[in-house]
Ligand binder design. Sequence first.
Ligand SMILES: C=C(O[C@H]1C=CC=C(C(=O)O)[C@@H]1O)C(=O)O
Length: 471
Amino acid sequence: MTVSPCRNNFFVTHKDIYQFLLAVQENCLTNNCRQIVSISLELDWVDPLVVLDKLAQANEINFYFENRGKGEAIAAIDAVTKLQINGQDRFNQAEYFIKSCLKNIIPFGDIHKPLAVPRFFCYFSFFNQNIQTDYPFPSATIFLPRWQIAVKNQHCILVANLLITANTNLDKIWHDLWSKIELINSLEYFSPKLDFFSTHLSKQSVTQGTAFKRSVVSALEKIQASHLSKIVLADALDVKANHQFNLYKSLNNLRQIHPNCYVFSTSNGKGQNFIGASPERLICIQNQQLITDALAGSAPRGKTPAEDAANANRLLNSEKERHEHSLVIDFITQRLSQLGLSPQTLPPRLRQLSNIQHLWTPISATVPPNVHPLKIVAQLHPTPAVAGAARDVACAEIRRYESFERGLYAAPLGWIDSQSNCEFIVGIRSALIDGDRARLYAGAGIVAGSDPDKEFAEVQLKLQALLKALV
Ligand SMILES: C=C(O[C@H]1C=CC=C(C(=O)O)[C@@H]1O)C(=O)O
């Protein structure tokens, strides 16, 4: 049934929903169980970033995901149920958690509308286990939001996930739902509060330039000695501002500067947020059709069209960049084949962003119904675009070379819906925000032929672009 809180059928909808909640509670009483009802409602269009700004509380987890180019944005606020774990079984446990929750969810609304189904939001850290004991996010978080508001082009759908037990006060739940809707409906004329006072920043590179370049030289020796063929080394930049970072302003900047990237933000409900704008899609599955990106090999954008075209040409024809890129394609196609999929590789092309361009090969496959999206995430993460090849050797070396915890940097984050559609991206070009402090992360792939100065410059280019967007 399609329900709409708007205009003429407003009162009918109220009644329908209340009757539905009563019926679910009746069932909980009879069977001594608890259930989650997932109510979807079409609303007038509103910017999910504004909803996040107005509804999110510092002590609740949330998630924001936007791709302006695709006209899509979603905000997930507060958790009705969540799993937070560490360790190497995290992807299996996450899959099990989602499957068990789904057995208990009763939808209300038109579930054939793509935005109307409940989604589980997930974020993982790069390694199974964070070594830094006070790192503010666990190595896996999976949650079903209480409030999910999504737009695609002109459509806007709210999904409210409500826990019902025999003792739930239905009047309160019902009242909360409608007051949220009224609040959201009143938001369309607001925009995120932007501050206009000037920002002073003090910056401190976590890895000094000389140390980063020394690591590149050492990695090149290991590559020469055939211990590995690629390693992605990252740097971090610590920034302290004279005021708290304004998350909504940063996200608003990021989506304007990077309309063809995935802009994301997650909160741990304890005051820290991890945000960024990533060009790299790990997997997207729609109706069993999977698409993944091999993205590696970079060049700066030119200042003039002629310089830009020359940089692009050099990138497309560089043996070193193509080698770095092909390691990612080979890895992804092998790993998908091991799962029984038949990946199809399209010819390489350019992915041009505002400050940088990459070699990009989309890879597609059909996913059999018995392969859960998280099996594919576990199989692919980390690809050589963010770790290296051979992967395990590269990961061990990353731990040795990098002095900081990667945490959520370069790790999968995204969502899965109740029909196994999903979208996961790789959290590169990202920052951990904590009040007036931020740690920014970016890396570069090192292969035979890499020049330490150029790799360092590439990482600084990424970090500076991110910093500009954050303030
Ligand atoms: C690891 C990052 O970028 C990867 C993705 C695309 C191109 C890359 C490169 O050319 O080095 C990196 O492999 C990062 O930006 O932090």
